[in-house]
Write a protein that binds this ligand. Structure first.
Ligand code: G4P
Length: 287
């Protein structure tokens, strides 16, 4: 899903977020594990001030394992309870339940000191489009979930999904807008398919991706497309044309079809067919 954002969208999203935020104790922030900082909106620190926080590195199945570990350390070092997941897998929800308890420990202790017992933690899921919010809510809530009715003060017809006796989850996720100011961030989000890239277009985007892959994951790239050593050393555009030839993406007269090859490379990356790949590492987010 590619989303175009306009200032009006952002104002509306921010207002809705602020309203919903008043209702919850815990914010579950979903990031794309393949580009955790690019897929993060730093305004969440301000919006979620005073709330318990949990960072969920989602789509971890598509990301590089060593990078997943490095990013977990990165967020934990910043005091955020952090877990990774493939939101489509029910089995990945168990560690998240534990993490929710950890993230809310302070609040529970505060409640107890005030004599409040057994009050469920109220949580909401937030993140930029396409990061997996709906998928996560479905897996986390599962079949056993019971929807509690509308309650006073609940905006936009939101409903609470009761998860055991401990947690209530808002059924509508909060949509955060991506950061656009940084060119690198915009490009990574376009590679992930979260925003439309009108500057580079599909072919330009694939060239940037090929350049990155050749630098960071040369073996993965070479093996996937059976590229020769010479092809690997050329300009990104000759690399793309070589892939077009190898994969039979041809125009009339057997000319390589760059557009078709670009789509192939980008689809291979987004679907994980290229392997587990992370676009940014801690410390080089803006590199
Ligand atoms: P959103 O609510 O945040 O906008 O995201 P949503 O749940 O709709 O998920 C977007 C796409 O990402 C979906 O693919 C979903 O299956 C996939 N997805 C979500 N979490 C994970 C994960 O942890 N791992 C993997 N591999 N995929 C995940 P889709 O329905 O095919 O949509 P699209 O790809 O056509 O946009």
């Amino acid at each position: 899903m590619q989303v175009q954002w306009y200032p009006g969208h952002m104002t509306k999203a921010k207002r809705a977020m602020k309203e919903d935020m008043k209702l919850v104790d815990l914010v579950i922030e979903l990031l794309d594990a393949r580009a955790p900082l690019s897929s993060r909106n730093p305004d969440i620190d301000e919006l979620g001030r005073g709330k318990a926080r949990l960072v969920l590195l989602n789509k971890a199945d598509l990301a590089d394992e060593a990078a997943n570990r490095a990013w977990e350390d990165y967020f934990r070092e910043r005091g955020l309870v952090t877990v990774r997941a493939d939101a489509r897998r029910r089995a990945d929800m168990r560690p998240i339940q534990t993490a929710v308890q950890t993230a809310c420990r302070e609040k529970k202790e505060r409640d107890l000191r005030r004599g409040i017992k057994n009050r469920p933690v109220r949580a909401m899921v937030v993140g930029i489009p396409n990061v997996g919010k709906s998928t996560f809510i479905n897996s986390y809530a599962g079949r056993a979930c019971a929807r509690t009715g509308n309650k006073p003060g609940v905006t936009r017809g939101n409903q609470w999904i009761r998860l055991g006796k401990d947690v209530e989850l808002l059924d509508t996720p909060g949509i955060l807008w991506p950061k656009f100011e940084d060119e690198q961030v915009g490009m990574r989000l376009a590679m992930l398919g979260s925003v439309k890239d009108e500057v580079l277009g599909l072919e330009g985007l694939s060239l940037k991706l090929l350049e990155f892959l050749r630098g960071r994951y040369p073996e993965t790239l070479r093996e996937r497309y059976q590229l020769s050593g010479t092809a690997m050393e050329g300009e990104p555009v000759s690399l793309l044309m070589e892939i077009a030839r190898i994969r039979n993406c041809l125009l009339k007269g057997s000319k390589p079809d760059g557009e078709k090859a670009a789509r192939l490379v980008i689809d291979d990356f987004r679907s994980g067919r290229l392997g587990a790949i992370t676009l940014e590492l801690p410390g080089e987010e803006r590199g």
